[in-house]
Design a binder for this molecule. Structure first.
Ligand code: SF4
Length: 380
């Protein structure tokens, strides 16, 4: 029999969605139980494990104590924390850091890590949620990542119990609604499963955030990636649709396929074309679309359907009708943080900075895709 795992202190995993930047991170599992998506570098070479439930509960108790110590010491006008609080030593640096971040963010939200913690037994998940509710009654949002494949297999009554116990948002990395693309990148879910999982989350009254990855089908499948993903999302009507443009980090298996000529990646202009087709294909839904990731070309895409639909599409159309030299300038500006929005092309100072950078990089209309790929590596 395997020896029981020893508690080694408060733990946090490597990633969370950008929208959870101010959330307290509670690690329930380590890494990803699937770990085979070819575009994903995050947990490669890491083994999945479930943390013992009593360790997770202990983390929650520990960070609650640190949070109370920070709040109390501030009320008392103390500049530093005491070494002990109500007899407990305050010596866990990870917990201390997490508690400071949580207090600084206003103690509004909690994110459950890592990549697919919904894979643990639902009774255990509900126990953790209830413990969080007791420890942090002021928290308004508790969220988790979840794979469609996992969620589709959770009984509806468990999802309802999770909602009652405070789980109010699930982030699903759909990436694509195309069976061909999902198979190509080894996502381990098909379109029907993605739709079923999304509909089950919504039926349980839990907010749903779905992620779409423009560019994931490469050049041969760009239209399919756009239209099939839109079709799947039209059948789910998630609360949020979040864009995550494909990038190729060194640790992702898809990068090797690209280097071997087996995956034909699109550049920014072709990916914008796919994005426009995607936006045009969304219909009959009331989702909020967010472009809240540094890898996306158009951060200004942010609005709720149907009323903002035309405005969201217009941003991309405005880019696509620009002369090629202007498209190049905007892409370089965006990828080097000199420009944040398409309108910045009309700002003489930002244009000057970006032209300087374009010339330093030696970027031209002909070589822009490879130069931009290299720039995007810095954001991954
Ligand atoms: S399921 Fe998510 S975390 Fe796991 S390999 Fe795929 S993209 Fe990465």
């Amino acid at each position: 029999m395997k020896p029981a795992e020893q508690y080694r202190g408060f733990e946090q995993g490597p990633i969370r969605p950008p929208s959870e930047a101010e959330s307290l991170l509670i690690r329930v599992t380590r890494n990803c139980p699937w770990n085979r998506c070819s575009f994903c570098p995050v947990y490669k070479n890491s083994t999945f494990s479930r943390r013992p439930i009593d360790h997770v509960l202990r983390d929650i108790d520990t960070v609650r104590m640190y949070t109370e110590a920070i709040v109390d010491s501030r009320k008392s006008g103390l500049k530093t924390l005491p070494a002990n609080y109500n007899g407990f030593p305050l010596d866990d640096q990870q917990a201390l850091h997490a508690a400071y971040q949580f207090v600084a963010g206003g103690m509004q939200s909690i994110f459950i890590q890592d990549g697919n913690s919904l894979i643990i037994h639902p009774d255990d998940f509900i126990r953790i949620l209830k413990h969080l509710q007791n420890a942090f009654p002021m928290v308004k949002r508790v969220t988790s990542y979840g794979r469609s494949h996992t969620i589709a297999r959770i009984d509806d009554h468990y999802l309802l119990q999770m909602a009652e116990a405070g789980l109010n948002r699930i982030h699903i990395g759909m990436e694509s609604g195309s069976d061909k693309v999902l198979k190509l990148v080894n996502k381990g879910s098909d379109k029907a499963t993605q739709i079923l999982a999304g509909q089950k989350v919504k039926a349980a009254g839990i907010e749903l955030s779905e992620y779409y990855m423009p560019g994931l089908g490469g050049k041969p499948l760009w239209e399919e990636n756009a239209s099939e993903t839109a079709d799947a999302l039209n059948q789910i009507n998630p609360d949020f649709i979040r864009l995550r443009t494909l990038a190729l980090p060194p640790a992702a298996p898809l990068t090797r396929q690209f280097q071997e000529g087996k995956f034909i990646k699109m550049g920014d202009v072709d990916t914008a074309r796919e994005l426009l087709l995607f936006l045009e294909s969304l219909e009959g839904i009331t989702s909020t679309i967010r472009s809240d990731h540094v890898l996306n070309l158009f951060p200004e895409i942010d609005g709720t359907l149907p009323e903002s639909g035309d405005k969201l599409q217009q941003t991309v159309r405005d880019f696509l009708v620009l002369p090629k030299e202007e498209q190049l300038l905007f892409c370089i500006g965006r990828r080097t943080h000199r420009m944040a929005r398409l309108d910045d092309l009309t700002n003489p100072q930002l244009r000057r900075y970006t032209e300087q950078m374009r010339d330093e990089l030696g970027a031209t209309v002909e070589n822009m895709d490879s130069i931009i790929d290299a720039l995007m590596q810095r954001f991954i």
